[in-house]
Design a protein around this ligand. Structure first.
Ligand SMILES: Cc1cc2nc3c(=O)[nH]c(=O)nc-3n(C[C@H](O)[C@H](O)[C@H](O)COP(=O)(O)O)c2cc1C
Length: 214
């Protein structure tokens, strides 16, 4: 084997191990999910604990296994305003099937249809948008969401849960979707940490991005 071939082989092997570790982390390594909590429902006109400077606030989230829902609720309890869950018309399968189904959906660049939110997100000044990492990007329902609404001139605040990828560059993706919006620094939280109360982390983050406690 030539030296060049050997180097290429080593690089390829290293890349495979890297991908393997990432896949292991979120597919096989049994992520702890808190589960969708039926008691966490859509709400209107919540009082804010932080100073939102009289802006109209919406917290919207997509969540399949509850982690992002729990984070969204923690954020919503601080920033007030309206609170909405993004849901697809067609329910997702569970277990291993969810991984296969959503990988196909992403590979085919699909835009799953969303249920009516009951509010128009374009009517708000500040839109907190939450989602889990799916296959190193936003879940495709979030692509539908950003295709549907034009947030020019608005403020978007992203947050997400994940199992190792952090925000995986998705906050930059959102900036690309909405070039005329202001996208503030987002909050990525490891899904395994959502069995603990994240209020302190959320309050610190909100303070940093300009929403101080009243
Ligand atoms: C289909 C699927 C794909 C995932 N892909 C990733 C990924 O690329 N990177 C990552 O860090 N976590 C990944 N995860 C883990 C989730 O992001 C994590 O468990 C998240 O907290 C789930 O949020 P939810 O409970 O709100 O649905 C994936 C989970 C699923 C079900």
């Amino acid at each position: 084997m030539t030296k060049k071939k050997a180097i290429i082989l080593i690089i390829a092997a290293a890349a495979l191990v890297g991908i393997g570790v990432a896949v292991y982390n979120f597919v096989l390594n049994g992520s702890k999910n808190v589960g969708i909590n039926a008691a966490i429902t859509n709400e209107d006109s919540k009082n804010a604990k932080v100073d939102t400077k009289d802006q109209k606030v919406l917290v919207v989230y997509f969540s399949e296994t509850g982690n992002t829902q729990a984070l969204a609720k923690t954020i919503s309890d601080q920033v007030g305003g309206d609170f909405r869950r993004i849901e697809t018309v067609k329910a997702y399968p569970s277990g291993q099937e969810l991984y296969d189904y959503t990988k196909n959906e992403r590979d085919n660049d699909e835009r799953p249809e969303l249920k009516n939110l009951g509010v128009n997100p374009e009517d708000y000044d500040v839109i907190f948008v939450g989602y889990p990492m799916w296959w190193y990007t936003l879940p495709m329902p979030m692509y539908t969401f950003f295709d549907t609404y034009d947030f020019s001139g608005k403020t978007i605040v992203p947050f997400n849960t994940h199992h190792g990828s952090g925000d995986g560059g998705t906050y930059e993706t959102i900036k690309g979707f909405e070039p005329a919006a202001t996208v503030l620094e987002g909050l990525p939280i490891e899904g395994n940490d959502m069995d603990k109360d994240q209020t302190g982390v959320v309050v610190n983050w909100l303070e940093q991005i300009g929403f101080s406690q009243k």
